[in-house]
Design a protein around this ligand. Sequence first.
Ligand code: GLP
Length: 247
Amino acid sequence: MRIYRAADYRELSRKAANIISAQVIIKPDCVLGLATGSSPIGTYDQLVEWHKKGDLDFAEVRSVNLDEYRGLGIASEQSYVYFMHQHLFDRVNMKPEHINIPNGLNPDAAAECARYDRVIEALGGIDLQLLGIGRNGHIGFNEPGSAFEKFTHCIDLSASTIEANQRFFKSIDEVPRQAYTMGICSIMHARKVLLIASGEDKAEALYKSFCGPVTPNVPASVLQLHQDVVVVADNAALSRIDAAGLI
Ligand code: GLP
């Protein structure tokens, strides 16, 4: 695992976008695993800027998103499919048929999860998986306690995640209680993982994930076992690790 330090969110976003653009340039038809949340917004903005300058071509890129709220679709501004179109897909030349996101509107959870696993398999797996990290160490929507061996599945969101994500909704009651998410096993099968973290409220999660034991109680800690993980974090997110004198 390599940890790249950034002074702030802007520098973090540029570094992360550089790693993703290198992947796209090296393999124009690569499979990108994409993430939502506030962390990747700056990264997507930077990729869009380079695309508009003519430096980055997404015509053959394929994407698979990590997760989606159960019950939400593109008509909902809080859905992850809406987020992805707003922040990336509608601003670059991705082909609609190359975009894959769990369908939150499929009421048949087992069928939707099986379909999504088949999509990832048919694409030949994920070349580069972008991840944010939850304050409780979750990745995708794999909450503490999630079994490491799972592929795509339907999960009950933890109280802390519902609370953290309520800022995107009018009230906490509107936050869906369930989501479809790639599992830890899906994420661990990605050939490369890029995790980004910004801000002091991620400092404890980063510390526990990369300096503590590998445990389902801290889902991101499993990444210690992945052979190619890059963490890009700003000083604030690294503050707990710095305080322990570990890097
Ligand atoms: C959500 C997403 C995660 C994301 C996390 C952190 O719960 N499912 O993929 O990493 O929140 O979000 P943020 O980047 O907004 O802190």
